[in-house]
Design a protein around this ligand. Structure first.
Ligand code: FAD
Length: 444
């Protein structure tokens, strides 16, 4: 490969192309190892080089080079995806987008940003202008705006604003195609569906315009319960409360919270917990509601987290899995949406059937205007067959599962727009060089 890598260095500049083995290996991997199945399938794939352009013009040069020489290319943000989305299955180039990190414009509640901007930095900068992100993944410190749009769903704030697919959240995207002469265009409205959660298969996002939220001060709270049912019922009540503004309602069944080391003074192994981020001033209402569901509201917790510079958000969403796996490397997880009316029954059935294999973790979010329990339950992994049995049972009892144990976009369960993505791929990536191997339609 040295031949084409030398040529690429001449095109874009030697200092923009990295081939050092250890660096290339690190940049070729994400959090695919959360899944014992993906861990077996994906651990040996690495790119030939990492290219880090610092302007749109340089990205165009790299994409043109890739098309002309038929070199596969995978766009990369922060590399925090869970399904091996950035793993280069046919080697080639990893396009590191992290230098495309400009705040381009903020106007009338809408911000236009370079795709490689890190969400944590963006959130901090927006506060100076009186704004905030509407929602962001718990990986916000590392993950990029482009990577979130291309690989994520929702996160902290989704209880108010929904997910990436909800109208008005993503306003406009600027896309580059992978052709000999890459085309640059901007899309909005229905066209956005071709590029949200698209694993970089149908084009490279260069800029994104997103709607922003007004800046608010949020406080962190912890409520503990002696049983999971009370914790869930409380969480529903607070999630649906119209008088308490919140951006996080996260439930972890006992003993998951024992893995949250910074909170160890507050929880015992018998506690199921609800972690919250609510607007400053709403604390009394939370305490009252907690008591009505037999919960213990811990008044010193809020100060404790401030003093220790941690936030409840770092123990929510898939960070729950990360903390648990630190001490239980044999564990894995699922993603699913429980039934809003029937979720307590579904949990009871799961606990009956898998008393030692399934631990409940809920995140309440808004979907199409309704507040629903999305979840990332922790699974004690033994074999692939057993995991598939568990997935089948989840589905049988009406939990809508998005399978995180596959790298194929069609099988991940967020597949409503796969045909649109495939259509855009045909137009924008005629040689099927973008992230090859991740889409069945694109194979062969
Ligand atoms: P990457 O991992 O770099 O890329 C993700 C996908 O997008 C890849 O297919 C890549 O090719 C593509 N891509 C990246 N940049 C571009 C671009 N500019 N143009 C086109 N394609 C591109 N997800 C959530 O939705 N919510 C959560 O709360 C959440 N919590 C998580 C917690 C943990 C501990 C972990 C490990 C993962 C979590 N995730 C979550 C998944 C992941 O962190 C998010 O999806 C994240 O936003 C991905 O951003 P990234 O910049 O790291 O993307």
């Amino acid at each position: 490969n040295q031949g084409w890598i030398d040529e690429l260095k001449q095109v874009i500049g030697e200092n923009k192309v990295e081939t050092k083995d250890s660096y290339v290996k690190r940049m070729s991997q994400d959090f695919y190892w959360y899944s014992p199945i993906l861990k077996k399938q994906l651990s040996d794939f690495y790119a030939d080089c990492i290219v880090k352009p610092s302007s749109v013009e340089e990205v165009i040069e790299v994409l043109a080079f890739s098309a002309q020489n038929r070199i596969p290319l995978v766009p990369r943000g922060g590399g925090t995806g869970n399904y091996g989305q950035i793993i280069p299955m046919e080697k080639g180039i990893i396009l590191d987008t992290s230098a495309l990190n400009k705040i381009i414009e903020i106007k009338n509640g809408i911000g236009r940003f370079g795709a490689g901007i890190k969400l944590g930095k963006l959130e901090a900068d927006l506060a100076n202008d009186g704004y905030s992100l509407r929602f962001f993944p718990s990986t916000y410190l590392k993950s990029t705006l482009g990577g979130f749009i291309a690989g994520g769903t929702g996160g902290i704030g989704s209880i108010e604003y929904g997910t990436l697919w909800d109208e008005g959240n993503v306003v406009r995207l600027t896309i580059l195609t992978l052709e000999e002469k890459p085309r640059l265009f901007t899309i909005e409205g229905e066209e956005l569906k071709k590029y949200i959660h698209h694993y970089g298969l149908s084009g490279v996002i260069i800029e994104a315009e997103i709607a922003l939220a007004p800046y608010r001060e949020w406080e962190d709270h912890l409520v503990t319960f002696s049983n999971i049912n009370d914790a869930l019922s409380f969480s529903e009540s607070i999630a649906k409360s119209e008088s308490i503004r919140k951006r996080l309602v996260s439930v972890s069944e006992s003993p998951l919270a024992t893995a949250f080391k910074p909170f160890e003074a507050f929880v015992s192994e018998h506690d199921s917990i609800v972690l919250l981020q609510v607007e400053k001033g709403d604390c009394d209402q939370v305490e009252e509601l907690a008591h009505s569901f037999n919960g213990s509201f811990l008044p010193t917790f809020s100060e404790h987290v401030k003093k220790n510079k941690v936030r409840t958000t770092d123990f929510s969403w898939n960070h729950v899995t990360l903390w648990w796996m630190k001490h239980h490397p044999e564990a894995t997880y699922l993603q699913g949406r429980f039934d809003t009316k029937n979720y307590l029954k579904q949990v009871e059935l799961l606990k009956e059937k898998y008393p030692n294999e399934v631990l409940i973790h809920f995140e309440w979010i808004s979907v199409g205007g309704s507040i629903v329990p999305s979840s990332q339950p922790i699974i004690s992994y033994t074999t692939e067959e057993r995991l598939n049995e568990i997935i089948t049972y989840f589905k049988e009892i009406g939990v809508k599962v998005s399978n995180p144990h596959t790298y194929l976009i069609e099988e991940g369960g967020k597949d409503d727009w796969v045909e649109l993505i495939s259509l855009a791929k045909k137009e924008n990536d005629p040689y099927q060089l973008l992230n090859p191997g991740k889409m069945k339609i694109g194979i062969g």
